[in-house]
Design a protein around this ligand. Sequence first.
Ligand code: IPM
Ligand code: MG
Length: 363
Amino acid sequence: MSVKTIAILPGDGIGPEVMAEATKVLKIIQGKYNLRFEYKYAQVGGAAWDKYRCHLPEDTITICRKSDAILFGSVGGRVSEQASEKWSGVEVNSLLGLRKTFNLYANLRPAKLYPALTSASPLRADIAKKGFDILVVRELTGGIYFGEPKGRIGYGENEKAFDTMVYAKHEIRRIAHIAFKAARTRKKKVTSIDKANVLTTMVFWREVIEEVAKEYPDISYEPMYVDNAAQQLVICPSHFDVMLCGNMFGDILSDQAAAITGSLGMLPSASLADGRFGMYEPGGGSAPDIAGQGISNPIAQIMSAAMMLRYSFDMNEAFKDIARAIESTLDEGYRTQDIRQPDCKLIGTKKMGSLIAEKILSS
Ligand code: IPM
Ligand code: MG
């Protein structure tokens, strides 16, 4: 029987409770596909701070290194406590640290409008009705997030701050290949987002992407300025299939794409390195205000586990089992409070996890 080792990093807030539902679903998958998942729990974020005085301890990194994949919950504390030592910089330290340490350069963020949740979208009804299924492919370890030099110089009125936007050819090329390959499994269209009318880095970005596009004659390719893309996302989201972005634009547009689905608690993500290693995390935050009440939505965490099965373990059928189970649970009207609708069947975190697990068993 094959064994897959998974580093489980539940983190803060609702992280642990939604993670419990993801492992509940994984247990069913184990049985169905006759393999074994071995979990190695490790601490990250505020949860790590109390013991280690650091948001990403060496112990955690070691555990991740020895695993086949990382399943991440969420990190962060209450807004009112953000300035404290425990919480300040927690997201940057945990996430950027993991991304850089494990070279997780390819970030996949699907933003799909579930038919059952169309009315939850903030888009105008006639636009939402057309539906959309977008995959944002975001470069995650380069660009202005990590470019050097960065810093502050001078004092008082003369003080200045600066960051550097820089991309090497190989960084652009490798993320482009990820996007074009992903498009092959979808609607065969890549829109590359840039600001080539202003930024030198983005002129270069467009040149390199255009070169890579030639290797994929079966995929339709278009470049689009980021400001225009922001507009098109709300006017006509069904225009997009794969949106290929650098780190910064991908950060912004993936939030926008998520927001128009109307259900932030539903969206998973994958951050992949070369080969099969990856980290999988839900898109929503740690929601400390509702933590511990059993009302959070576990779907994004469960979908993140599904993405892990697909990308790290090559278990596409198991991925589809989970995706189908989620969709039919929603179709039957079950909702957690964040996605509640008139006449829905309102349920809690555990019940949502159990219903999804049962659906997989009976499928
Ligand atoms: C994200 C987040 C992070 C980012 C922050 C928390 C560092 O916004 O994953 O999109 O900017 O990448
Ligand atoms: Mg973001």
